[in-house]
Structures are given as structure tokens and as C-alpha cells.
Design a protein around this ligand. Structure first.
Ligand SMILES: CCCCCCCCCCCCCCCCC(=O)SCCNC(=O)CCNC(=O)[C@H](O)C(C)(C)COP(=O)(O)OP(=O)(O)OC[C@H]1O[C@@H](n2cnc3c(N)ncnc32)[C@H](O)[C@@H]1OP(=O)(O)O
Ligand code: UBL
Length: 278
């Protein structure tokens, strides 16, 4: 009997190094792929900077179409395909606030896939220091906010409400406020909804299905895949006041969460925590 246990232990000890090696190799491969993705973003940005400068001579939302054209290269390199529904909902006269869920740095591919003309994003100020990517985003009109200084962020958003009307801009906000890949949506921050109410412009919610089948940081998974996207019908904000911001936030959150589960083929929201646990 003792011999049996020893044999089993020996087999386990023999298996352990290759298993650990495979795990380490998986982690390394995942890291390298993410680093190469970021490097490609930086490289494409460096190529786009002079084109933006030649096109507009400085910072302008028109440059975003240049960034979009360069950015669309990435989906071919990383084998991402998109299935988009409701694109016609972007066809509205005048400015609006676009809100979408934010899962990972890979979202840049999904952003450039459907980004309408003259649409700028709200981004955390740290991205300004991402070398050429920060510079090209600045040239394309991206608005940087300091999330740690809420009062500064709010006053910048209040300025954006004026600018978007003056310059006929769409503004893309990630209302979760950070990347989140846990198989559910995080509760929404309220900045996007105050912005839409202050400017009295509609909100267009956009939902990307969960990446869990092809991308998961905790499982070192990053392979090619298909991403379902749905652009939902606009939500009007006309005649809403500041005190309505919370209910507007709740309404959009509920609608987007439902769509997120539908697109991600989840029967109900409890699946979210199951995926998070994987
Ligand atoms: C060339 C190819 C390669 C290219 C690569 C580069 C290309 C670059 C181009 C694309 C760039 C894309 C970049 C994407 C980047 C994405 C990000 O960085 S996501 C992170 C940053 N974005 C956000 O954080 C936006 C979402 N956050 C908010 O809107 C927040 O609300 C906030 C304004 C930051 C404030 O944060 P916080 O205080 O934590 O938030 P709340 O809980 O919502 O609010 C507290 C309180 O304040 C009220 N309030 C909020 N906003 C306002 C307002 N504007 N006016 C008045 N009052 C406001 C809110 O109602 C709450 O009060 P209440 O009493 O509890 O209701
Ligand atoms: C010359 C110096 C060169 C320095 C290069 C630095 C490396 C730059 C790395 C990546 C550049 C690609 C940037 C693509 C834009 C990514 C947008 C994004 O997904 O940001 C995350 C942000 O939304 C939320 O951040 P958190 O989840 O809160 O954290």
C-alpha cells in the first residue's frame, strides 16, 4: 500500500514542474500579448500624430476620424470580429452623450469599430502621459479628467456641456468609470447623466457583450473572438433637471445591464457572479 502512495506522490512530483511551466508560459504569453497590443496602440498613435497635425494643425474633433482609421488596424492584428446591431441609432441631428460599458484596454477596437464622426471621449488624465497615445488622443479632442478630484472633474464636465453644443460634438463616456471584466456592469457614476441634462441632449447607450469567451485576465486568456455590440435607441433628457440625474442613471443602467446579459447569452444576472468566480 505504501508503495502505491509513493508511486502516486512520485507521479505528482513529476507532473508538477511541467504544469507549473505551462502555467508560467500561459501567464507570460498573456502578458506579451497585452504588451504587444499596447505597443501597437502607441505605434499607430505615433503614425497618426503627424497626419492629425497636417489635417487640422492642432487639437480638433475632426482628428478623431484619423485616429479611428489608424485604430481600425488593430482588430485585424488581434483577430476580433464585430456583430453590430442598431447602428442607425447614431443617426441623430446634433450633439449627444454616448455611454458604454468598459471591460478592458481591448475596448479601443470596439470603440473605433462604431465611433461616429465628431465624437470625443472623456478619459482619465493618466492617459495623457501614455506617450504618443496620450498626444494623439489630446489632438483628437479627448477630454481629460482627474477622477480623484471630483469637483475639478465636475467643472470640466460642465464646460464640456457648453462646448458640445457650441461645436456640435458627441461625447463618449464610460459611466462605470474604470475597466471591469467581472461578467457584470459596475454601478454607474453620474457624470455622464449630469452632462446630458446640463446640455439637454439625448443619451445613446451602447453595450458590448462580455469578453469572457476569449479574454480573461485572471485565466491568462486572450485569443481571437467575436464581439456582439448593440447601439440602443436614444434616451431623451429634454426638460429633465439636475435632481433627475439619479433616476436617469438608474434607467440607463437597468436597460444596459439587461442588454449586456442578453448579448452575453446569460439567462439571468446570477450568471455574472458565476463568471466572476471562474
Ligand atoms: C491610433 C490607434 C491607437 C489609439 C490609442 C489611443 C487612442 C485614443 C483615443 C480614444 C481614447 C479613449 C479613452 C478612453 C478612456 C476611458 C477612461 O479613461 S474611463 C475613466 C475616466 N472616465 C470617467 O471616469 C467617466 C465616468 N465618471 C464620472 O462621470 C464621474 O461621475 C465623475 C465626474 C468622474 C465624478 O466621480 P465621482 O465623484 O466618483 O462620481 P459620482 O458618484 O457619480 O458623483 C458624486 C456626486 O457628484 C454628483 N455629480 C457627478 N457629476 C456631476 C456633475 N457633472 N455635475 C453635478 N453633479 C455631479 C453626483 O450626482 C453625486 O452626487 P449625489 O448626491 O450622490 O447624486
Ligand atoms: C514615450 C513614452 C511612451 C510611454 C508608453 C506608455 C505605454 C502606453 C500604454 C498603452 C497605450 C494604449 C492606450 C490605449 C488607450 C487605453 C484606454 C483604456 O482602456 O484606459 C483605461 C481607462 O479607461 C480606465 O482605467 P482604469 O481601469 O481605471 O485603470
Amino acid at each position: 500500500m505504501d508503495g502505491c502512495w509513493l508511486l502516486l506522490l512520485g507521479a505528482l512530483l513529476l507532473l508538477l514542474p511541467p504544469l507549473l511551466l505551462m502555467e508560467a508560459f500561459g501567464a507570460l504569453r498573456f502578458r506579451l500579448k497585452i504588451i504587444s497590443y499596447c505597443a501597437l496602440c502607441v505605434l499607430l498613435s505615433a503614425l497618426a500624430v503627424p497626419v492629425c497635425l497636417l489635417k487640422s494643425g492642432g487639437r480638433s474633433a475632426d482628428n478623431m476620424s484619423v485616429v479611428r482609421a489608424f485604430g481600425r488596424v488593430m482588430k485585424y492584428v488581434y483577430g476580433m470580429r464585430f456583430e453590430v446591431k442598431g447602428l442607425e441609432n447614431f443617426n441623430i441631428e446634433g450633439p449627444c452623450v454616448v455611454i458604454s460599458n468598459h471591460q478592458s484596454v481591448l475596448d479601443m477596437m470596439g470603440l473605433f469599430e462604431i465611433l461616429p464622426d465628431r465624437c470625443v471621449q472623456i478619459a482619465k488624465k493618466e492617459l495623457l502621459y501614455a506617450g504618443p497615445a496620450g498626444i494623439v488622443a489630446y489632438l483628437a479632442g479627448v477630454v481629460y479628467i482627474n477622477r480623484k478630484r471630483t469637483s475639478d472633474a465636475k467643472s470640466i464636465m460642465a464646460e464640456v456641456a457648453q462646448t458640445m453644443l457650441k461645436e456640435n460634438l458627441k461625447v463618449w463616456v464610460y459611466p462605470e468609470g474604470t475597466r471591469n471584466n467581472n461578467g457584470d456592469l459596475l454601478p454607474f457614476k453620474k457624470g455622464a447623466f449630469h452632462l446630458a441634462i446640463q446640455a439637454q441632449v439625448p443619451i445613446i447607450p451602447v453595450v458590448y457583450a462580455s469578453y469572457h469567451t476569449f479574454y480573461n485576465q485572471s485565466r491568462n486568456l486572450f485569443r481571437t473572438g467575436k464581439i456582439k455590440v448593440e447601439v440602443l435607441p436614444r434616451v431623451e433628457t429634454k426638460d429633465l433637471m439636475e435632481e433627475n440625474a439619479s433616476e436617469l442613471t438608474e434607467k440607463c443602467y437597468t436597460m444596459m445591464r439587461e442588454t449586456f446579459f442578453q448579448l452575453s447569452n446569460k439567462a439571468d444576472e446570477t450568471r455574472g457572479s458565476v463568471l466572476a468566480a471562474q
